[in-house]
Design a binder for this molecule. Sequence first.
Ligand SMILES: Cc1cc2nc3c(=O)[nH]c(=O)nc-3n(C[C@H](O)[C@H](O)[C@H](O)COP(=O)(O)OP(=O)(O)OC[C@H]3O[C@@H](n4cnc5c(N)ncnc54)[C@H](O)[C@@H]3O)c2cc1C
Length: 247
Amino acid sequence: MSDWLEGKVVENIHWHDSLFSLKIDADIDPFTAGQFASLALEINGERVARPYSFLSSPHEKPLEFFFYTATGGVLSNALFALQPGDTVLVKNPANGFFTLSEVPKSRDLWMIGTGTGIAPFLSILKTDEPWSKYENLVLVQGVRSSGDLQYQDVIAGFTDKYGDRFRFQPFISREAVPGAIQGRIPSSIEDGSLEKAVNLELSAADSQVMLCGNPDMVKDAVELLKARGFEKNLRRKPGQITTENYW
Ligand SMILES: Cc1cc2nc3c(=O)[nH]c(=O)nc-3n(C[C@H](O)[C@H](O)[C@H](O)COP(=O)(O)OP(=O)(O)OC[C@H]3O[C@@H](n4cnc5c(N)ncnc54)[C@H](O)[C@@H]3O)c2cc1C
C-alpha cells in the first residue's frame, strides 16, 4: 500500500532562476539508488504530483532532489518557491526500475543524462554497488549553460576516491567551456568524439549504457547505439541499454 507522508523542507538551494535543489526530511521506507519518489503540493485546491529521482543515496538524510523549473510548469515552479519548514507530500514507498539490479554486469558502465537527469546517477555512484560491479564508470551530463553544471564537488569526490576508474564528461550546448564538449550527446556518440574525450570505447561487448532525462536525447542515443549492435535491456532478454524518460 502506498501512502502520502508529510515531508518538511530543510533547504531550498536556488542554483539559478530555473534550477534548484530541495532537501526534505521525510520518514519514507528504504529505497534503492536510481529510484524516484512522487512529490506533491496542494495547488488551487488540487493535489498536483510528479515523479522526481532521488539525488541523495539510500544512506543519506535528508532526502535530496534536483529540479528544473519547466517553462509554465505547475509543480516545479511551486516547489521552487518553497521555504525551509514548508510541507511537501512524499509518496511512500519509492518507485522505479532505473536501478543497477536491472542492469547486467559488464566491464564498463556509461551513465548519460541531460540536466537534472544526472540525479539518479549521483545517487547510484554514492553507493558501493557500481564500484564493485563495473571496472570503468563514465558519467556524461548534457546541459545548456555552465550554470547548469552543479554538484561538481560530489563529482570531483568520485575522481578523488576512484581515480582513473571514473570519468566525467560535460556537454554544454550554448557555451564554449574548456573541458566540455559543445554540442549534443547523440552527435558525439555518432562521430566518436565522446569516446575520444573519455578515452574509452563504447562497445556492445563491454559496455552497459544508462540514459536519463530529455526523451529526444534518449531516443536519438538509443537509435545510434542500436546501429552499433546494442539492444534495449529487457528482463526477458538482457541487452545493454537501460532508459528513463523524464517526459
Ligand atoms: C521517472 C521520472 C523522474 C523524474 N525526475 C526528475 C528530476 O529528478 N528532476 C526534474 O527536474 N524533473 C524530473 N522529472 C520530471 C518531473 O516529473 C516533471 O515532469 C517536471 O518537474 C515538470 O513538472 P511541472 O508540473 O512543473 O510541469 P508540467 O506543467 O507538467 O509540464 C511538463 C513539461 O515540462 C517539461 N519538463 C519536464 N521535466 C523537465 C526537466 N527535468 N527539465 C526540463 N524540462 C522539463 C517538458 O516539456 C514537459 O512536457 C522526472 C520525470 C519522471 C517520469
